[in-house]
Structures are given as structure tokens and as C-alpha cells.
Write a protein that binds this ligand. Structure first.
Ligand code: ADP
Length: 731
């Protein structure tokens, strides 16, 4: 009674002080937000005295109580509508985590005439329950708590059950909420529910008020703390904190904290608020731990969910994801199957392709734009001796085409295969060689065709080639055969000629022999009058000798023929015929052949066929002369040059051993030959032809440098010029 009187006096004094300080405009307003869980009026009633106490302690400030409903606490703190805030520990840890609110003092609760700054939860049943003693016995029992947001009236007990492995939702028969502590106690005692939980000191208070008989209550999981006299089943947690919001200055917060700590336990303000002063701020980590363990805000959002919780909460997402996953799997399987079928088809096509490529006798290979082999067929490998491994990925020109048949370098930019994909024009090469792996070469003819990729772009060339070695050998053989036939026919003509000559000459020679013998006999007989007979015989002899001379002249005329009909002829054409007829033989014999035509030379007066005949004879002799020379030293040069502007000089030069001394003196006579099968007519006929063209066939020769045959023909100024104008130029 005395205590309450004291409270009233003190509070009146406090009011007096505060009234005097109220209304002073110069004072800074400091708002204290207080959780209004029992209504704004009740809140003001309980806490205005504390505000006034602070006004009295810190006269420069005007402290005002701002009752905050549950749903306003968050906003007011976030927006800084209040400077200090007084809420329960659960709300506080949320504000602390989210808005950096920090506690400056913890409230001492006033219970049973003493101050306690901690509290806990009590789990209890009726004392006559023979089936409930420990936490495990709660399974499949009905359970009542105050509210699902109540720290002491539910969450503390929940944490202990969870720690014990009891899932409140699954393992308990049901969980109900009584709304207020007293209702929970009564429901358990009435037998409406099996077990209940309330915050500490409720049971003791109800018993003290005579509302219940404490002996009817059995505490489950009872905890004993010497300094804590109330029934307790859980861990203990700090009481309500008084805290500053983020924007409040630390200096002011310190002053307020000091004032609160200095408040006497039984100060009227404390009594009005039903507390017993303040103590230094306690550690609220335990409350954080509780929320973290129970997956409650502010930690609920941080993903501490069990798989079941996730499934329960997001089952539709999970279902969607599973459906999507299954569809993707289905699609993937389809794509895989499709790919497999495509792969098989591709393999089949590739095999067929390979089979076709390998079944042809012609060599086939592909070349990319960089000149590398991309594929080869079996025939290519067989013909060249190069394996696919040697060729694929490597430069085909450097392998097959690097050198020409005559040993000269074959530059890549002249390679017809590359030219094909450069100009995109297919080409046929009738006569070429490919080098084989063993160092020998292969005569080939080939088609090179541009290879098109997608969009019609050229990606390289395809070469299809054929080995022409055998065919070329046959050609060469038949040419040789023809030559031999010609030779034989020449011989037989000569034979006929010889027998004709013999026949023609036989008569005069026989007559000469007979007459000369008769003459000798007449002279030996010494008879007179024989002189006349003798001179008669001598005359006959002279006649016959003349006749024989006539026959020989006749033959010579026959051989030399008439003067040729000379016309302007393009030198180029003459040389072309010669190279056409002799080129392949020269090449075949491995002779280096050069042709050098003076560009100012155009037309000459000549009987074209005869001059060609001469040049062919000279070239043929040069080829024969090079037969005994080492292949590397064989060369033949055909040159045509302007000589003193009126004449054109034709030269055929070889690097043979020169004219044999045995034949040198009578080189241009008929039937002079150093060759086993030679007729010795070529040079004499050629000399005859050149003579008939007004020139002479000459030769310079040395054993070291070989022989050079040359002659001159008169220049014709134009294709229609007359020979008479050139006759004076004859050489
Ligand atoms: P054949 O060629 O039938 O022997 P030719 O009258 O053409 O008849 O040649 C006569 C001879 O002249 C040849 O046998 C050869 O000894 C010699 N001769 C001709 N041309 C050359 C040459 N370029 N080098 C060396 N000797 C040659």
C-alpha cells in the first residue's frame, strides 16, 4: 500500500516536472515508438511516465510516446518516424537485422516483487496425466500455445520441440492458439488440450491470484535456474530492449541510456510501466538463433528450408520444372535419335561415295583453296605410290608437280590445278607428268574441275587423271615403226634407182669395154690399116662415155629437180611445223630444246616444204649426234635471226661431238654416212635444196662444242612481195 502511495506521489512530481517542460517550443522533440499490443491508450498510460522521466533527466529534449501498432513498427523504423523504439525481442531482432536498430538498455521485468531481465517458456500438462512426462510424450497429443508470433507463448517451446526432433506440424495431433496466456492455462486444466505453453511467471501469477491450483499443473522438460524462481521448460531469453533507430545520434542515445540505467527500480515511471528499471543491454543473439532455427523472419527468406518445405511451398513450380525437364528430355531423346539416323545415313553415303571413288581406275583427288589434298581414291594411291596419309593435308603440287619432265622447276602459280579454282574454269591437260613416291614419273592426262561448296562458293578443285605412259609408249613405238618403214621404202627406192642406173650404165660401159678391147687387139696385131679401125673404136668409146655421162646428168637433174617456186613464207610457220614434227621425239630423248626467233623476222622467200625438209634433216641429224651424249648434256637450239637486214639466218646447233673427221671432207656428198643404218643422202639433198634457194648449207663443228649447220634465206618485206626483188640478195 505504502509502495503505491509512493508511486502516486512520485508520478505526480514527475507529471509536475514534465508539465513544466511540456510546451517549450525550443526543445527538440524526441519520439519513442512503443509497441502498442494492448491498445494506444493503455500504451500511453504505461509509458508516458517513462517519457516524462526522461524529460526530467534530459531537460533539453521533449520525449514523446508514439504508440505503434504491430503493422506500423516496421515503417516507422524504416522511415525514421521515431528516434527510439521499445518493442518485444522478436520484433527487435527483425529491426536490428533490417534497419540497424541498436539496443541501449534491456528492461527489468517486475515479477513477484523482484526484477528479472530474462524470461522463458513453460510447457505443461495436467498433473494427473500419466502418459505425459517428457517432450517425446507430446507426440500425437493436442497442443495449445498463445499465438504463433508469441515468443514466450509459442516460439520458445517450438524451438525446444524441434531440437528434440519433434515436428510440431507432423508429430503433434494438432496445434491450437488460445490468444492469451490465461486461456491456454485454462484449456489445459479443463482437458480441452493435452499440453500447453505460456511464458514464464504466468502460472505463478494465476496461482497467486487464486485463479488456478498450481498442484494441478505438471511442468514438462523442467529447467532449473537458481536465480530464476519461475517454472521453466525452455532456454531463457532477454526481456524487451529499449533501442535507438539508425538516424539517432549516439550522443543522445548515450544520454538516454544513462538516464534509463539510473532509473530506480521502484521509480513511479517503472511502476507505471509494470517494470523494475533498466539494465545494460543484453545479448539478443539467442533470439536471432531461435528465429534462424525455426526459419522465421528475418531469416525465413534466407533459404533455410527443408526439402519438404520447399516442395510444399513451390510444388507448382517444381511440377512445372519437372514437366519442362521431361519435355526437354523427350525432345533431347528425339534429337539424339534423329542425329543417330542422320549419322547412319551420312556413314552410308560416305561408304557409297568411297566405294564409287575406289571402284574407278582413274586417279581422283581433291584439293582445297590452300592447295592441300582433301581426299584421294585407291587408284590414286596405286598409280602414284603415295598413300592417303602422305597426301591428305599436304600440298599436292609440292608432292606431284614440283618439277617438269625436263627437270626444270614447275612453279606453283603455273599449276593448272590451282588455276582451276582461281579462275573457276574446268580444264583438260592432255600431257603432263606426276611424280611418284619412288622418284620416277608418270605420264598423265587429267581433268581439273572447280569444286563448289554450299552457296555455290568454290572450295577447291577435283582432279581426275589417267596414266598415259603405256599409250605414249605405243605412240612412240608406232612412230618409230613408221620411220623404219620410211627408211625401208627409201632403201628400196634407192635400190630401184641403183638397179636402173646400173642397167642404164651397163650398155655404154659394155660398149666401152668391148671397143677398148677391140682397139687393143687391133693395135697389138700390128696390121696396116688398123689405125682407121682403131680410131673408129675410140670414137665409139667416146660416144658411149658421153652417153654414160648423160645418164648420170639425167639422174642428177632428177634428184635436184627444178628450181623451187619461192614465195613469202612466215618463218613462224616453218618453225612450228618443225617443232610439231620433231618436238615429241626431242622431248622423249631427254634433250633440252630451245627455239629463239628474232622478233623482227617475219617473212622469207622460200619453198616452205623444202625448207622444212632441210630443217627436219638437220634436227634429225642433231638428235642422232646427241645419242651418245649424257642425258644432262643434251641440248639442241634452233635459232632464226636477221642478218644484215636482207637475209634471215637459220641455225641448228647441237651439243654433240661434232662432225666425224672420217666424213668431214665429203659431208655434203650423197651416200656419205658415218651411221650404221645411214643413207648419207640427208645433207646432200639439203644442200641441193638450199642451193636452189640461192644459198649454201654450211657447218661449223668442233668436238667440244658440237656442230652448227646454218644457211640464209632472203627476207620478204610483206606477204605479197615478188621474188625478183629479192633475187639480187641471194647469198
Ligand atoms: P645420214 O644421216 O643418213 O648419215 P646425212 O647426209 O644426213 O646422212 O649425214 C651425213 C653424215 O654427216 C652423217 O652420217 C654424220 O656423220 C654427219 N653429220 C651430219 N650431221 C651431223 C651433226 N649434227 N653432227 C655430227 N655429224 C653429223
Amino acid at each position: 500500500m505504502l509502495r503505491y502511495l509512493f508511486i502516486i506521489v512520485l508520478s505526480l512530481t514527475g507529471l509536475g516536472i514534465s508539465t513544466s517542460s511540456y510546451g517549450q517550443d525550443s526543445k527538440e522533440n524526441i519520439r519513442i515508438g512503443v509497441l502498442s499490443h494492448r491498445g494506444d491508450e493503455a500504451t500511453r498510460e504505461a509509458w508516458d511516465a517513462t517519457a516524462k522521466y526522461l524529460c526530467s533527466q534530459l531537460p533539453d529534449y521533449q520525449f514523446v510516446i508514439e504508440p505503434l501498432k504491430f503493422n506500423r513498427v516496421d515503417d516507422a523504423t524504416r522511415r525514421g518516424d521515431v528516434d527510439f523504439i521499445l518493442v518485444n525481442p522478436s520484433i527487435y531482432v527483425n529491426l536490428e537485422t533490417r534497419y540497424r536498430t541498436s539496443r541501449i538498455a534491456t528492461m527489468n521485468n517486475y515479477r513477484g516483487g523482484a526484477a528479472y531481465n530474462i524470461f522463458g517458456g513453460v510447457i505443461f500438462t495436467r498433473s494427473d496425466r500419466k502418459d505425459i512426462f517428457v517432450l517425446d510424450d507430446l507426440k500425437r497429443k493436442s497442443f495449445m500455445a498463445v499465438d504463433d508470433t508469441s515468443l514466450g507463448g509459442y516460439q520458445m517451446a517450438w524451438r525446444e520441440l524441434k531440437a528434440r526432433g519433434i515436428d510440431v506440424e507432423k508429430d503433434l495431433d494438432r496445434v491450437e492458439f488460445g490468444g492469451i496466456h490465461d486461456a491456454v492455462v485454462k484449456s489445459v486444466l479443463n482437458g480441452d488440450v493435452d499440453v500447453g505453453t505460456v511464458r514464464t511467471d504466468i502460472i505463478e501469477r494465476m496461482a497467486a491470484n487464486g485463479e488456478i491450483d498450481i498442484n494441478e499443473i505438471k511442468i514438462i522438460n523442467s529447467q532449473v535456474r537458481p536465480e530464476f524462481p519461475f517454472a521453466l521448460s525452455t532456454r531463457v531469453y532477454p526481456e524487451w530492449p529499449f533501442s535507438k533507430v539508425e538516424h539517432t545520434e549516439n550522443v543522445l542515445a548515450q544520454k538516454v541510456a544513462l538516464a534509463l540505467l539510473q532509473m530506480p527500480t521502484e521509480h513511479p515511471a517503472a511502476l507505471a510501466g509494470n517494470y523494475a528499471g533498466w539494465t545494460i543491454p543484453l545479448d539478443y543473439q539467442k533470439v536471432h538463433d531461435l528465429f534462424r532455427e525455426l526459419n522465421l523472419p528475418p531469416y525465413a527468406a534466407r533459404g533455410r528450408f527443408t526439402l519438404e518445405e520447399v516442395i510444399e511451398k513451390y510444388w507448382y513450380w517444381a511440377l512445372g520444372a519437372i514437366v519442362a525437364l521431361l519435355s526437354m528430355l523427350g525432345l533431347t531423346a528425339l534429337v539424339v535419335l534423329h542425329n543417330k539416323a542422320l549419322e547412319q545415313a551420312k556413314n552410308r553415303l560416305e561408304k557409297q561415295h568411297e566405294l564409287i571413288l575406289n571402284s574407278v581406275d582413274d586417279g581422283i583427288y581433291g584439293v582445297d583453296l590452300k592447295g592441300r589434298c582433301t581426299f584421294v581414291n585407291k587408284a590414286m594411291e596405286n598409280l602414284t605410290g603415295w598413300s592417303a596419309e602422305d597426301l591428305i593435308g599436304n600440298n599436292q603440287h609440292m608432292i606431284l608437280h614440283h618439277t617438269r619432265e625436263d627437270g626444270t622447276h614447275h612453279p606453283p602459280d603455273e599449276c593448272p590445278v590451282y588455276a582451276t579454282h582461281k579462275d573457276n574454269i574446268p580444264r583438260f591437260i592432255p600431257d603432263d607428268i606426276f611424280w611418284k613416291k619412288d622418284g620416277s614419273h608418270l605420264s598423265v592426262e587429267y581433268n581439273s574441275t572447280p569444286m563448289k561448296g554450299r552457296k555455290g562458293k568454290t572450295t577447291g578443285s577435283v582432279v581426275v587423271f589417267r596414266d598415259t605412259t603405256a599409250r605414249k609408249m605405243n605412240d612412240a613405238k608406232s612412230r618409230e615403226h613408221k620411220k623404219q618403214l620410211e627408211h625401208v621404202s627409201r632403201l628400196s627406192t634407192l635400190g630401184e634407182m641403183a638397179s636402173g642406173i646400173a642397167h642404164e650404165l651397163n650398155q655404154p660401159l659394155t660398149a666401152i669395154t668391148m671397143n677398148s678391147r677391140a682397139c687393143v687387139r687391133m693395135m697389138e696385131s700390128g696390121q696396116a690399116g688398123q689405125q682407121a679401125n682403131c680410131s673408129d673404136a675410140m670414137l665409139k668409146i667416146a660416144d658411149q662415155a658421153e652417153r654414160a655421162g648423160g645418164i648420170i646428168r639425167h639422174i642428177r637433174n632428177f634428184v635436184q629437180k627444178e628450181l623451187p617456186d619461192r614465195k613469202p613464207v612466215l618463218v613462224e610457220h616453218i618453225i612450228e611445223t618443225v617443232t610439231d614434227l620433231m618436238g615429241s621425239e626431242i622431248k622423249q630423248k631427254g634433250i633440252k630444246f630451245t627455239i629463239d626467233i628474232d622478233p623482227s623476222v617475219k617473212w622469207v622467200f622460200a619453198q616452205q616444204i623444202q625448207i622444212e625438209q632441210v630443217l627436219i634433216n638437220l634436227v634429225r641429224n642433231a638428235i642422232d649426234a646427241l645419242e651418245d651424249i649424257d642425258e644432262r648434256g643434251r641440248s639442241l637450239a634452233l635459232s632464226v635471226a636477221l642478218h644484215k637486214s636482207k637475209h634471215v639466218e637459220f641455225r641448228v646447233k647441237d651439243t654433240g661431238k661434232g662432225i666425224s673427221p672420217k666424213v668431214a671432207d665429203e659431208l655434203f656428198d650423197p651416200f656419205v654416212s658415218s651411221k650404221e643404218k645411214g643413207m648419207g643422202l640427208g645433207l646432200s639433198i639439203s644442200q641441193g635444196i638450199i642451193n636452189s634457194h640461192g644459198s649454201r648449207l654450211r657447218v661449223d663443228s668442233s668436238a667440244k662444242e658440237g656442230a652448227v649447220f646454218y644457211f640464209f634465206l632472203p627476207v620478204s618485206t610483206n606477204p605479197k612481195a615478188n621474188i625478183t626483188e629479192a633475187l639480187s640478195n641471194d647469198y
